[in-house]
Design a protein around this ligand. Structure first.
Ligand SMILES: [Zn+2]
Length: 90
């Protein structure tokens, strides 16, 4: 079949396009195939989707850069986002 084999790093690079549905069919299949085999990336994309939904429901999402910072923190911290914490500065 000659399907592309993606690595976990590729998944994180493609995750935004994947969740927004802007990947080509071939790319999407390759990501889907990786997700079948890789629980870590499934969890990662799941967290990503939840976080996006959470932020979309909150005025917090209007603050530039917050979404990116929160999403960037997911693979490192691996904890649920509760909307509190270091985001409010004054
Ligand atoms: Zn993976």
């Amino acid at each position: 079949m000659g399907t592309d084999v993606l690595k976990c790093r590729d998944i994180s690079e493609l995750s935004t396009d994947y969740s927004e549905g802007t990947l080509s069919t071939r790319r999407r299949l390759a990501v889907g195939l990786h997700l079948l085999m890789c629980r870590m990336c499934r969890t990662y994309l799941d967290q990503l989707a939840k976080t996006r939904r959470l932020l979309a429901d909150r005025p917090l999402a209007l603050v530039a850069g917050v979404e990116d910072r929160v999403i960037a923190a997911i693979p490192v911290a691996g904890i649920p986002v509760d909307g509190g914490g270091p985001l409010s500065q004054d």
